[in-house]
Design a protein around this ligand. Structure first.
Ligand SMILES: *Cc1c(COP(=O)(O)O)cnc(C)c1O
Length: 228
């Protein structure tokens, strides 16, 4: 079985090949290592191989790992990528560096109020429900501008962009279209005067397609840590 270090090398080379195929600079895309369900030890191994940004879906599981890896805290960047309920905002505001799953103003307001003064602003992405499925979290695309403008005005948050999780489809053309729609929304928001630099889309199975369509951050779990 390949080690995490080997997997990291192969994911990094997939990213750089996709960047060059898309004629984008090799550093145009950040790798977020999605460590959900994997132990702190796995994060430690990836960190030893140079990985710095990690994504977690479940608040309590993440806090346990953040605590276990407290001695590495200053060189780790923790991103919440899973749904966030209001009763968990305080611990998230205190422990995380980024929240990619903001989809309601109320959650954003609580995060801003609860972000400790000694920490830099919490970096946030608005999650967009690009495929319109009821089951999925995320704001509908037509409400993204209003939510982004409101979030950008909150004092202890820094709005960096949007996150999307297009529904998996076996049809590569349909997949490309879904990714392109999200990218068009991102550019539209920038055209409205929001200063955004992060488009988080693409996972283990579709990172090449996401990079061709303009992703600046891919969130990769399985290809790094194995099947969950
Ligand atoms: C689990 C998860 C990922 C990683 O998916 P893989 O297919 O394992 O790479 C990315 N983004 C979100 C929001 C996730 O929940």
């Amino acid at each position: 079985m390949a080690t995490i270090t080997e997997n990291l090398q192969s994911v990094r080379s997939r990213i750089s090949q996709a960047c060059s195929a898309a004629q984008r600079p090799a550093d145009a895309v950040t790798l977020l290592a999605v460590s959900k369900t994997f132990p702190a030890e796995a994060v430690k191994q990836a960190h030893a191989a140079g990985q710095r940004a990690f994504g977690e879906n479940y608040v309590q599981e993440a806090v346990d790992k953040i605590t276990a890896l407290a001695d590495l805290r200053s060189t780790l960047q923790w991103h919440l990528i899973g749904p966030l309920q209001s009763n968990k905002t305080r611990v998230v505001a205190e422990q995380f560096d980024w929240v990619q799953s903001v989809d309601r103003l109320k959650i954003a307001e609580r995060l801003s109020e609860q972000r400790p003064a000694h920490l830099p602003p919490l970096q946030v992405l608005v999650q967009v429900n690009s495929s319109g499925e009821d089951s999925k979290s995320g704001v509908p695309p037509e409400q993204a501008l209003a939510l982004c403008e409101a979030v950008a005005a909150l004092p202890r948050l820094q709005l960096r962009g949007i996150m999307a999780l297009p529904a998996p489809t076996p049809d590569p053309e349909a997949q490309r279209r879904a990714l392109a729609t999200v990218c068009a929304l991102f550019h539209n928001l920038r055209g409205r005067g929001l200063s955004l630099d992060t488009l988080s889309m693409g996972m283990s199975g579709d990172l090449e397609a996401a990079i061709v369509e303009g992703s600046t951050m891919v969130r990769v779990g399985t290809a790094l840590f194995g099947h969950r």
